[in-house]
Design a protein around this ligand. Structure first.
Ligand SMILES: CC(C)(COP(=O)(O)OP(=O)(O)OC[C@H]1O[C@@H](n2cnc3c(N)ncnc32)[C@H](O)[C@@H]1OP(=O)(O)O)[C@@H](O)C(=O)NCCC(=O)NCCS
Length: 183
């Protein structure tokens, strides 16, 4: 994610989050938080929104935290969230993390389904975590991160993306994940 992505990030952020971050928060995250690493999925075909999804991790010693992840509302349910999430998990492994954690609203079934789908487990609750409606947060963690396992999940998602988006689009959207880390 680059600073000039922030307007497109905010266009999605305001549509999908009731407690949306400000552009100032993203600017600080990108310029003043050495532990933060944000990634975006960019479309390379004009028929798609230029920025399809975004998310990040905070590297906190040998554990990672996902502060946010979102897919453009016009393209949800097509495995982009899964692809980005697994790429963030792999990034956290490459940074030496052995587990990755996040908070999700108790009412956000779709996001919980995404995380459960990709190996996260419900490990606890933060009471009245969200300041807009005092909603609880579910704490979800994927631990004992295994790069080979994550790579094989990514390859499976890439295959699904090919069938969902068509080889042409998916082929131009995504570099293939190698089954083994480069030497
Ligand atoms: C949560 C979110 C990132 C999922 O992104 P996505 O691109 O739709 O995710 P995927 O297409 O990879 O779907 C992955 C899983 O999510 C769940 N999911 C996706 N769309 C769903 C839907 N419409 N209804 C129910 N579950 C759904 C399913 O379990 C799905 O797995 P499946 O397709 O194999 O059944 C996206 O819905 C979003 O941006 N939500 C708003 C922002 C948000 O809540 N972010 C998370 C904050 S903690």
């Amino acid at each position: 994610m680059h600073l000039d992505d922030i307007p497109q990030v905010m266009a999605i952020e305001r549509r999908v989050f009731s407690l949306a971050w400000t552009s100032g928060i993203y600017r600080r995250e990108l310029t003043a938080n050495p532990w933060s690493h944000y990634r975006v999925l960019r479309a390379t075909v004009a028929s798609l929104p230029p920025l399809l999804a975004y998310g990040g991790i905070w590297q906190m010693g040998d554990a990672a935290h996902v502060p946010t992840i979102a897919t453009h509302p016009d393209v949800t349910g097509r495995q982009l969230g899964s692809y980005l999430l697994l790429k963030l998990v792999l990034l956290s492994i490459e940074m030496g993390c052995f587990e990755i954690t996040l908070e999700v609203r108790a009412s956000n079934q779709r996001a919980q389904a995404l995380y459960l789908r990709h190996g996260f487990e419900n490990v606890g609750t933060r009471r009245r975590y969200y300041s807009d409606n005092n909603e609880d947060a579910i704490i979800m963690t994927r631990s004992h991160l295994d790069p080979t396992q994550v790579r094989s999940e990514l390859i499976a998602v890439e295959t699904q993306l090919q069938s969902i988006w068509g080889a042409e689009t998916a082929g131009r959207l995504l570099p293939r994940t190698p089954s083994h880390p480069p030497d």
